[in-house]
Design a protein around this ligand. Structure first.
Ligand code: PMP
Length: 285
């Protein structure tokens, strides 16, 4: 994990993997002042890399952390990491956080905003038996009200209940957990958005209260291009019984079919298969 070969970009320079360290009084470690991105590089090109750089800057802005880098500089940092490690196909993780500094309390205006980019080779997010379909648990924690936390930010603090819920799901033999939101509507999984089908049309929760994934937006575009109607709307959990297919979308998850959520079962394909194939072609184009 820490002690291995490879290069990581940190605050403007490439450093050895094992030297990419932060101090224990890092503000982010105590107060969750951290935002990040997950991206995938396919055949030497990061899919929507620039959009991810812009989202990182916007997430930081939402946390009152002015980005020290432009999107173009972030794009270049990611390229440098991929090149230094010789990766053509890899997962890319950019992270921006408040470091240690003059203030070690809630206020941290004087503490520098820092950034790092790492990359590693990573296969299928839910394992190799992707077409068996993922099995999801229903999380007991709820996605929070947008008035309580900036839900559009890909911010570390929003993932506390994701790790807790994913651990609880894995204990039950599931590969992920599905969150409802604070009002009880279907929201998202711990690191992916969710889609359903019914009578040849697609239904997905409105992304005004959780991360509107870049993959989610891409897949909605691909579905509409294929002439398939997509409804973005509030979905009640009771409706799960009436849906035919279900799948997750995310940079890491790509398009992953879901076979089961709690007691509800779903069939695998044909729309998930079609859209997964189209997505695969697009990201590698
Ligand atoms: N929701 C959450 C909580 C996530 O962590 C992710 C992964 N970044 C997504 C949705 C999907 O986002 P994207 O398609 O941009 O990867």
């Amino acid at each position: 994990y820490d002690d291995r070969d490879g290069k990581i970009w940190m605050d403007g320079a490439l450093v050895d993997w094992r030297d990419a360290q932060v101090h224990i009084l890092t503000h982010a470690l105590h107060y969750a002042s951290s935002v990040f991105e997950g991206e995938r590089c396919y055949n030497g090109k990061i899919f929507k890399g620039h959009e991810h750089s812009l989202r990182l800057i916007e997430s930081a802005r939402l946390l009152d952390m002015p980005s020290p880098y432009t999107a173009e500089e972030i794009d270049a940092a990611k390229e440098a990491v991929l090149k230094a490690n010789g990766f053509e196909n890899a997962y890319v993780r950019a992270v921006m956080w408040r470091g240690s500094g003059p203030e070690m309390g809630v206020s941290a205006k004087g503490n520098p905003v820092r950034m790092a980019v790492a990359a590693w080779e990573w296969g299928a997010y839910y394992g190799d038996a992707k077409w068996d379909g993922a099995k999801l648990d229903v999380a007991t924690w709820k996605r929070p009200d947008p008035q309580t936390i900036p839900v559009a930010a890909k911010a570390a603090g929003l993932y506390m209940i994701c790790t807790m819920s994913k651990h609880a799901a894995e204990k039950k033999g599931c590969s992920d957990a599905l969150f409802m939101d604070w009002e009880g509507y279907v929201a998202e999984a711990t690191g992916a958005n969710i889609f359903f089908t019914k009578d040849g049309e697609v239904h997905t929760p409105l992304a005004d209260r959780f991360l509107n994934g870049i993959t989610r937006q891409t897949v909605i575009g691909l579905l509409r291009d294929a002439g398939i109607t997509v409804h973005e709307r509030r979905i009640r959990p009771e409706e799960l019984a009436s849906f035919e297919e279900c799948w997750l979308t995310g940079t890491a998850a790509e398009v992953t079919p879901v076979a089961q959520i709690g007691d509800w079962a779903f069939k695998i394909g044909p729309i998930a298969r079609q859209i997964s194939d189209t997505y695969e072609k697009l990201v590698r184009a």
